[in-house]
Write a protein that binds this ligand. Structure first.
Ligand SMILES: C[S@@+](CC[C@H](N)C(=O)[O-])C[C@H]1O[C@@H](n2cnc3c(N)ncnc32)[C@H](O)[C@@H]1O
Length: 273
């Protein structure tokens, strides 16, 4: 969707010059000046859905030969990295690692937001448990969730979701610091889902089970974040934070409630570890 006057780049005729800064680095390790960011827009990994480093190594080994291992970006023999924010059984990375890394990344960038500025990211997963880390990261960053918007994202033909009943929509989470905006009041999740599904249908999207699931999870997690915001303790261990979210979810009605909300009988119970 074009936005008048909006452009991305360093130079354009008649416009003051800008500086772009692209870093190939662990997002959790970077410091930002306080109140320096107009907004944060990010697309974090979908827990264990895609193994970016394992995939990228196929290209990396050839690029490395072309560019030369002397270039700092190509000095490592592989793109695999202990700090990669994915679930990966071979490298013993589970939900706790994902929670801790996302939390550090979200907290550092959110702390640098200008007052009222949005922190926006997109996410989807088949398993509600893989949303608990993102909820913990939002809460650790001192944010609440103003909106969860469904947005067509993944290509239906994408090989890593082929035949997996996965969603072709993502939930876009729009978050802010609550002092800029009060903690949003609880909303009726069923109504929000119905409105979104109708809007997606009107836009011409033929929604899959995965799509409905994604829309449902987005709204449920948004309620969890806003419901837990007031009493959230960032000092707890990641395991305890995940446990708090699991207990919130159980009190919400658990998988049975999700099945009902999405109007599905054969809703899986998920498999994130
Ligand atoms: C969902 S993808 C984003 C894809 C991107 N929107 C695009 O269109 O290319 C998540 C990305 O996060 C990267 N990533 C994983 N762990 C990271 C970390 N610790 N720091 C920075 N990026 C990381 C992955 O390599 C992957 O490229």
């Amino acid at each position: 969707m074009p936005i008048e006057g909006e452009w991305i780049g360093e130079a354009r005729n008649g416009e003051p010059k800008r500086t772009l800064d692209i870093a190939c680095a662990d997002s959790a390790g970077r410091d930002w000046q306080p109140e320096s960011l107009d907004g944060v827009f990010t697309d974090p990994p979908y827990f264990g859905n895609v193994q970016y480093a394992e995939l990228m190594d196929f290209c990396y080994v050839w690029l490395r030969r072309l560019v030369g291992a002397g270039d700092p970006a190509f000095s490592a023999p592989s793109t695999r990295h202990a700090q990669e924010l994915t679930g990966n059984e071979n490298m013993r990375r589970g939900l706790v690692h994902f929670t801790e890394g996302l939390s550090r990344t979200f907290s550092r960038t959110a702390a640098a937001l200008k007052p009222g500025a949005p922190f926006v990211f997109t996410y989807h997963h088949n398993d509600i448990a893989a949303y608990f880390p993102i909820a913990a990261a939002i809460l650790d960053a001192g944010l609440v969730c103003s909106k969860a918007l469904p947005c067509p994202a993944e290509m239906g033909a994408s090989i890593h979701i082929k035949g997996a009943a996965s969603s072709t929509v993502d939930s876009v989470f729009v978050c802010r610091r609550p002092q800029d905006r009060d903690i949003p009041e609880p909303e009726v999740v069923g109504d929000l889902i119905r409105e979104d599904m109708l809007a997606l249908e009107e836009s011409g999207l033929k929604a899959t089970l995965g799509d409905k699931r994604c829309v449902t999870y987005g709204h449920v997690i948004r309620q969890a974040v806003n419901g837990l915001a007031e009493k959230w303790r960032t000092s707890l261990a990641a395991e305890d934070k995940l446990d708090i979210l699991a207990r919130w979810f159980a009190a919400f009605g658990g998988h049975e409630a999700l099945r009902e909300l999405a109007g599905e009988k054969d809703f899986p119970n998920g498999n994130a570890h």
